[in-house]
Design a protein around this ligand. Sequence first.
Ligand SMILES: [Zn+2]
Length: 382
Amino acid sequence: MYRLHLAAEKTLGSGNLRDAVALPEGVDLNEWIATKAIDLFNEVELVYSVIRQYCTESACPCMSAGSKFEYLWADGKEYKQPTKVTAPKYVELLFAWVQSQLDDEKVFPTAPGVPFPPDFRERVQAIFKRLFRVYAHIFYGHYERVKELEFEHHLNSCFKHFMYCVLEFDLRYRSQSVVALAGVAEVWQDYLGLLESAPLVTKSITAGVIIGAGDSAAQLLASRDKIDAEFDVARALRWALFGLVLQGPWNHAFYLLLDGALPPTPDPFTLTTLTKVGIDQGIQAPIFTIIILYFFAVVEGKGFGYATNQVKNDLGGILIKNWSVFLPATVINIGFCPPELRVLFLNVVFFGWVVYLSAFLNAKEGEAALTGTRTGAGGRDE
Ligand SMILES: [Zn+2]
């Protein structure tokens, strides 16, 4: 066992976590998992000890990971029912419980030739599930402090080691949020990295995908009442193209200008926010809506005259609808959203807006075809 620890430490030290996790040749899998469980437990203990003095009863009155996850303690002995305890108490109970499992010869046999229990994997899963909560609590509750102590690099590498082990040995609780949370966090980290390294391209592609999906949703919604409805791929692609070449770059440039001229204020409820919302919705929105109408008139081959008519007849109605969606959305976006995420936030709102706009523009088309004239309906608001 001791030799295995040394081997694990050596590979860990070299920085290649995947190698540190993989089962070495000729080693029994359960024995390897047992070794890793002890390593991971030691790492969690060490990591927690660094922030222990800040994880107090008053600072952390419950064991939480953000506002959504609150963990209650139960061990079937002293705590028969899931009980709310402070985070330091929870961690103390958790560590004592893990230690008692590791010390239990029936669960983790140390004598040579003694077999592992049949439910060994489930027991290790239970240990890992609980240890994960300590990481979750540190990441959500104490990450600022970890950064202050310049400990984040070590924390991240311990957490990676932990997750690699969980994945490598398939010790996941499939129904648990553990893997989902880690997966989402990883994808999100990658996305933020892309936003930093290639903001324009990332935002444009995101806009293309989300807006293409928005039109697809509009089509599927509309087709519910029709028998012979066919999915118009070209139409969805036109909207995706619009997101890629127009919506993404336009908003990227606009918010760069806007945030450059009027930097975001720490307090969202300021005159600056109000001014920015005013510029955004009073000036940017009408201009961009006109651009949208011309863009689609051109890519659909209807010509400038068609769009000019739309601007004359329908712009007012569209803008009123636009403001009812985007005025509140813009307040949230400018007041609360970090600048690099503004375009993403907008795209999500825009998804809903495209569902409306796309249905509206296509309904107008159908109506015009039916009557043969273009009347100034001024929007098909209910
Ligand atoms: Zn805490």
